[in-house]
Design a protein around this ligand. Structure first.
Ligand SMILES: Nc1ncnc2c1ncn2[C@@H]1O[C@H](COP(=O)(O)OP(=O)(O)OP(=O)(O)O)[C@@H](O)[C@H]1O
Length: 277
């Protein structure tokens, strides 16, 4: 883990501290089955996952194995068919306001500039305007958007739009940031830049992050821990601690033996699950 202030003290997150030093996110024995008129899809099976405060967890797995469903269960947007989830020791029983969500598409409001898109979060939540504006300015600076506050979405590159989306997700200082393939629509170079930026922001803030990604390099470069899921019904088939301490330069990290070992093993696992994908 990089040297930094404790997650609770850091600026990014934390409307409260996790219960009695327990995990920030605790997923226990979670199964999810979706029943439609024609069939039942068993999306998740026996997921056990404890995510500590300040961890950066990457989730990789074949398409359709339930990665997005797992994020939705953590956010309280999908109810598990069995098992339970707790955030900061409190059972998740419905949509939680103490999470931030970033999706593959930035989904900005076309008629609002960057800053007003970020502030939309405050309006939805009825947050005090003055402090929301201060927070928005802080985030704009942290994500390198200074100078583009008044730009309309169509004037922003894909990477910048995702920065706005990240600011919007962080405005209310969520305890946990959930990211669902946030850089999947970006070109390779912009994606690398965004990886470096996200890593820096995580190092600065000590946020708890859960990132779903199809990119093995992204999963390992960013994470303090990674899990790989097997094909549907999704279950965790292997867990990794990415023990690369300190600040991670992009090129230098990708050259490290630990990176190669973990990325290689994840590729092997994904390759071996692809047949049933
Ligand atoms: N609301 C729903 N109703 C019915 N089936 C659903 C629903 N949400 C997801 N599923 C099904 O659950 C399974 C897991 O979907 P999910 O989107 O979580 O997978 P994923 O791993 O995120 O996929 P991808 O990597 O392709 O985005 C899929 O078979 C999907 O069709």
């Amino acid at each position: 883990m990089p040297a930094r202030s404790t997650p609770a003290a850091a600026g990014g997150t934390g409307s409260g501290s996790p219960g009695a030093g327990g995990p920030m996110v605790d997923v226990r024995g979670v199964d999810v089955a979706f029943t439609t008129k024609s069939r039942t899809v068993h999306a998740l099976s026996g997921i056990d996952l404890a995510i500590e405060p300040g961890e950066f967890l990457s989730v990789a797995g074949p398409s359709g194995c339930g990665k997005s469903t797992l994020l939705r269960v953590i956010a309280g947007l999908t109810r598990p068919s069995a098992g339970e989830v707790a955030l900061r020791g409190t059972p998740v029983q419905g949509p939680r306001r103490d999470v931030g969500f970033v999706f593959q598409r930035a989904a900005l409001l076309d008629w609002r500039n960057a800053r007003d898109n970020i502030l939309f979060q405050a309006e939805m939540r009825g947050l005090p305007r003055a402090s929301a504006r201060r927070r928005a300015d802080e985030l704009i600076e942290m994500t390198g958007l200074s100078g583009f506050e008044k730009a309309m979405p169509y004037e922003l590159s894909g990477g910048m739009q995702q920065r706005v989306s990240l600011c919007r997700a962080l405005l209310h200082r969520p305890d946990v940031l959930l990211m669902d393939e946030p850089f999947g629509a970006l070109d390779a170079l912009t994606r690398e830049t965004m990886n470096v930026e996200l890593r820096r922001i995580w190092e600065e803030t000590g946020m708890t992050v859960v990132l779903v990604t199809h990119s093995v390099a992204e999963a390992v470069y960013l994470a303090s821990r990674a899990v790989v899921m097997g094909p549907r019904p999704g279950r965790i088939i292997e867990r990794f601690t990415v023990d690369i301490p300190g600040h991670r330069g992009y090129e230098s990290t990708l050259e490290r033996p630990e990176f190669h070992r973990i990325a290689g093993r994840i590729r092997e696992l994904l390759g071996s699950t692809a047949a049933s994908d």
